[in-house]
Design a protein around this ligand. Structure first.
Ligand code: HDE
Length: 767
């Protein structure tokens, strides 16, 4: 969504200016995190005003022809420049990650709200004035490195905290539970969900026989299946996903007191998802959609933010829970242990280069720091081996020396050698204890160094699984019961889509029978959709609660969101020559509210407005764009513009599709005819009135008559005055005579993300 309009250019100019300021501040290291300063010192180089050289530094005079014996003779092996270029090129690719191969990342910082020293001695949680540098990689799980972004899949949410006491990696997902309870099963899980071994199909999805064969035989995966069939696996933006540590970890304070802790990331913009048809279409139209959205928001200075939440459980209390805190298929409802939000993370810088930063980044749940320890969760335990093991294979023995993985604090140890070793350690003593090195590096004191929490270990060697890991359905039921009817409909739709792609009917039947243990009604409807036998109602079904909690509203995206901002929302404005002044008024108000207005038209180049006194250069043309790029759509007035729009099928299809995808739509003055032309079956405004019907805002007799910059300024000013449009939060009904009523209604509807009550009506729109 590179924004090529004048606004966009304006923004990039402002941005270039910001970058220039950043550059100066950078040179002076002002406002830079230690990590950025370190990267600038040890790795980042700028090729501007430089001479081309070989990798051994020899200035190169030509790169167009190899050295040959005669102009038409054979290439000479002595052409070291040829060999230098070709040999390195031949080895550019490293193995992709065995899972989570497709990902995007950004730099930023974390800041705690107040010291947590009573709970933990971990460095990021001590000093509220301290900005701890972070690097965050967001990924899908199943697809290969080049797969599409908006597939239905779990999202990885891996955060590397560069602290003064070493790197801490919180390597989580956007789903708080997992498929399996013990890591030993991970290779089977990944083989089942990945493309099938005989034909390497499908890419980037679980809708195939192997996956459903595996999970339908593995009741412990039922809770996770409910989560992945919910809208959480089709996110609208990486900026709008939760993050969860999944496992139970330990917080250990300076007195060595340990408490169990679960980690949560809550996006400031709220959790928002596509609807399935939108995600499918976007995967085809723009495989880089989520990567581009993250990149552009940061380039535009609209920095994504998450609050970090913790659920703390006294070790003595853990056994009172009706499920095992070491079982990663279980979630602790907020009703039982509230989430305390303790700090905020802001991502404010894109990588300078993808490969050395994002591709070579190694996240490892075993990268722990004093004050944070693991639990005996058997899923986590296995991960403590796998991540470094796979990094040695994928990146190399000395991966932690690579700039992106290197801690910002000093590293001193007796590790030596290994491929591509960077560090040169002076002195002869490369062992501990030593006297020839003055006993250095010396051991840290218990108060300074890492001390594993001496958790009691009870029992004999066994591969038996604890009985407390057994209940696979209560939480799956609690999750389903926490959904709104709209969300339940989406879960049924997702199971139906996925299992209708499973050719083995026995697997379909098995899944229906398994889900009968979660919700009878769901399994009966699914059986009907899949053409298999509907199961009998099973006994356990309706009763069980989780410690008295039958449903947790926090699990429902629709129930738990605040809908108080349109920050970072993309609004498509459909103009043709002759559009009226409502365009600038709306653009001003949207910009004031932190949204991104983007114009599109039939052709590129400046488009004159009705007064002919000002023009707008569209960001996109109708044929090179789609409504799936936008969160909301606007059709302005202007006789000539609307007459042309009514004849422009690509534009009409986009608007109808936006209606089908439950987006807020506004149309004013003559623009209302477009809504009527598309027979969207909604009530529209009479003369000099505003109407809102199924999230379609129409108005007649509106517009300041002021075009161009003046009109926009008026819109921004009005917006700021009425408070109906502020970056912080939208004041429903706020319209103290500032912003036009239709704009306020439009913005309130955009803030709702989707017009869920339109779902039934929209399903009748044929496009
Ligand atoms: Fe991973 N996981 N995983 N995983 N995982 C990897 O490490 C593994 C699990 C997660 O952006 C791999 O560097 C095992 C749960 C993320 O670079 C590998 C088990 C959760 C990422 C690996 C799990 C995750 C990975 C592959 C079962 C959520 C991407 C490439 C026990 C809490 C990190 C790599 C990045 C990556 C192993 C289960 C999250 C193979 C053995 C549960 C976010 O090491």
């Amino acid at each position: 969504m590179a924004d090529l309009s004048s606004q966009g250019i304006g923004r990039s100019v402002a941005n270039a200016a910001a970058h220039a300021v950043q550059g100066v501040k950078g040179a002076l290291g002002v406002g830079m995190t230690e990590k950025r300063q370190q990267l600038n010192q040890i790795a980042v180089q700028d090729n501007a005003n430089t001479v081309l050289t070989t990798s051994s530094g020899v200035p190169i005079t030509t790169v167009d022809d190899s050295l040959k014996a005669g102009e038409r003779g054979p290439t000479l092996i002595e052409d070291f420049q040829f060999r230098d270029r070709m040999a390195h090129f031949d080895r550019e690719r490293i193995p992709e990650r065995v899972v989570h191969a497709r990902g995007s990342a950004a730099h930023g910082y974390f800041q705690v709200y107040e010291s947590l020293s009573d709970l933990t001695r971990a460095a990021p949680f001590q000093d509220p004035s301290k900005k701890t540098p972070v690097f965050v990689r967001l990924s899908t799980v199943q697809g290969s490195k080049g797969s599409a972004d908006t597939v239905r899949d779990v999202r990885g949410f891996a955060t590397k905290f560069y602290t003064d006491e070493g790197n801490w990696d919180l390597v989580g997902n956007n789903i708080p539970v997992f498929f399996i309870q013990d890591a030993v099963k991970f290779p089977d899980l990944v083989h089942a969900l990945k493309p099938e071994p005989h034909n390497e199909i499908p890419q980037g999805q679980t809708a195939h026989d192997n996956f459903w064969d595996f999970v339908s035989l593995l009741p412990e995966s039922t809770h996770m299946l409910m989560w992945i069939m919910s809208d959480r696996t089709i996110p609208r933006s990486f900026r709008m996903i939760n993050g969860f540590g999944v496992h139970t970890f330990r917080f250990v304070n300076a007195d060595g007191v340990s408490r169990f802790v679960k980690f949560h990331w809550r996006p400031v913009l709220g959790v928002h998802s596509f609807i399935w048809d939108e995600a499918l279409k976007t995967a085809g139209r723009d495989p880089d959609y989520l990567r581009r959205d993250l990149w552009m928001s940061i380039e535009m200075g609209d920095f994504p933010e998450w609050e970090l939440g913790i659920q703390v459980i006294e070790e003595s209390e853990a056994d009172k829970l009706p499920f095992d805190i070491l079982d990663a298929t279980k979630y602790i409802p907020e009703e039982i242990v509230p989430i305390r939000y303790i700090g905020k993370m802001t991502l404010n810088r894109n990588p300078d280069e993808f490969f050395p930063e994002t591709e070579q980044a190694v996240f490892h749940p075993g990268h722990l720091i004093p004050g944070i320890d693991v639990s005996e969760d058997p899923l986590l335990q296995g991960r403590l081996f796998s991540y470094t093991d796979t990094a040695f294979h994928r990146v190399g023995t000395n991966f932690n020396e690579l700039p992106i993985n290197r801690p910002v604090c000093p590293v001193h140890n007796h590790q030596r050698g290994g491929f591509m070793r960077h560090t040169i350690v002076k002195g002869q003593a490369n062992y501990h204890p030593n006297s020839l090195g003055g006993g250095c590096p010396a051991l840290a004191s218990a108060s300074k160094g890492y001390v594993h929490y001496p958790a009691p270990v009870i029992g004999r060697k066994t591969s038996n699984r604890a009985g407390s890991f057994s209940d696979h359905f209560s939480q799956a039921r609690m999750f389903y019961n926490s959904m709104t009817d709209t969300e339940k409909g989406h879960i049924l739709g997702a199971f139906s889509f996925e299992l209708s792609k499973v050719s083995t009917m026995g697997i379909r039947q098995r899944m229906v029978d398994l889900l009968n243990k979660v919700d009878h009604d769901l399994s009966v409807k699914l059986a009907d959709n899949l053409g298999v036998k509907a199961p009998e109602k099973s006994e356990v079904e309706s009763s069980t609660k989780v410690l008295g909690v039958a449903a947790s509203p926090a699990l429902s995206i629709i129930k738990s969101n605040k809908y108080d901002t349109i920050r970072g929302r993309m609004v498509g404005i459909y103009i043709m020559p002759g559009y009226d002044s409502t365009v600038s008024e709306l653009m001003g108000a949207l910009t004031a509210a932190g949204a991104v207005p983007l114009t599109l038209s039939a052709k590129g180049g400046p488009v004159p407005d009705a007064s002919g006194s000002s023009t707008t250069t569209p960001s996109f043309t109708f044929s090179a764009s789609s409504s799936t790029q936008f969160d909301a759509l606007f059709i302005p007035g202007g006789r000539k513009s609307v007459d042309a729009l009514l004849e422009n099928v690509p534009a009409l299809v986009q608007i109808a599709e936006g209606f089908k995808h439950l987006k807020a739509i506004a149309a004013v003055n003559e623009g209302v005819e477009v809504v009527q032309r598309l027979s969207l079956m909604v009530k529209t405004a009479e003369d000099n009135s505003v109407a809102v019907d199924y999230g379609v805002i129409t108005a007649k007799g509106v517009g300041t008559g002021m075009n161009g910059k003046l009109g926009k300024a008026a819109g921004m000013a009005a917006g700021a005055v009425s408070g109906a449009t502020s970056k912080a939060s939208i004041q429903p009904g706020g319209n103290a005579g500032g912003t036009s009523e239709w704009i306020t209604k439009f913005i309130e509807t955009i803030a709702k993300h989707k017009v869920w009550e339109r779902e039934e009506l929209a399903s009748k729109i044929v496009i």
